[in-house]
Design a binder for this molecule. Sequence first.
Ligand SMILES: *Cc1c(COP(=O)(O)O)cnc(C)c1O
Length: 432
Amino acid sequence: MDCLVKEQYETLGISEEVYKFGANIECELRERFAAIDARAEYNQLKVLKAMQDHRVSAECFNGSSGYGYNDLGRDTLEKVYASCFCGEDALVRPQITCGTHALALALMSNLRPGDELLSPVGKPYDTLEEVIGIRPSRGSLAEYGVTYRQVDLRPDGEFDYDGIKDAINERTRLVTIQRSKGYAARKTLSVARIGELISFIRSVKPDVICMVDNCYGEFVEEREPLEVGADMIVGSLIKNPGGGLAPVGGYIVGKRECVENAAYRLTSPGLGKEVGASLGIMQSFYQGLFLAPTVVAGALKGAIFAANIYERLGFSVIPDGSESRHDIIQAVVFQNPDALIAFCEGIQAAAPVDSYVTPEPWAMPGYDSDVIMAAGAFVQGSSIELSADGPLKPPYAVYFQGGLTWFHAKIGILKSLQKLKERNLVNRDLLW
Ligand SMILES: *Cc1c(COP(=O)(O)O)cnc(C)c1O
């Protein structure tokens, strides 16, 4: 059996040495993988219960057109999301184009001129800079008279409680907390830490709205941020909760008032959630959510496998090989541009789509250096599918995430290692 699998890997260009190196690492990870499966099992039941409680039926998969009045599938899905993530209400729509759009919507609909937005966990995700107006942009919150304040994490990674207390004032209306580290150097926040932060903020100002950017965090733990006091969670359907099947979309789940505000902004005052045709893609939203806990488990195993492989080979990896996980992103620091490029070529070569393409560094708008990206995805830009990218500048770190199945994540990582090995970019003494 083992022999057959190995032969199959060989047909995909994985040498015996690389295969065995991976197999040994995988063997050592058995207990951690079992814990991930146990969490996926819990989350699978959670999703199933929500679908049953809201009587999901075949009718829910019928699409609506035009105004989309009385769209049973859309309205039921929003109830399922609300139950699943422990919110009062939800907005889950194909008309929300991406994660940034969902976050912009949540912010712009819940803030008013004269209000202040606070980030107590440092700089938010790059694309939010223009939304907030940290970098000036057309229609930013700043243009509408919403000011912004930021409190960085302390050098040891802890919350700067004194700084946060000082920053909160009579105008502070909404606090934005990014769960995943994104491309920052800090650690991803666990749900428990988010809970501690929210409790503290409420002790200073009880009526402030606490929003969590939940991107890449869904189903990684048993609990979600609304269960520890958040008012609103926001994310993208082409990441974790879409399970790889949702072709587009974003969500906002939380307090009824917050969701209603967002709906009035997405469509129009007075119309809110009542309009918005689902255009026949509801089945993929339901089915994707149903698969999401398992898909996330596969991606997590891939991230941990990659961390352990590259750690063993002497590279610095974030999170490290044994740390607990709170999102699906893995960074590997190569300190060498050729290694970064080889890694991305390996990920691309393992893709089901566009595997024959060679990724090349290019000057992506908004970045101050060339960036290399590997993605051969069924859904454009989907990062719950196996993907990797990194800027071509020191320390030459790659950010790796996704994999619709653990086996696909595994072949991707082995393929990356194969490329590095063929170009003599790994220390052979460590490998064999
Ligand atoms: C991906 C991501 C976003 C933005 O989502 P897009 O779909 O790329 O617009 C925002 N915040 C975090 C933490 C993310 O990971």
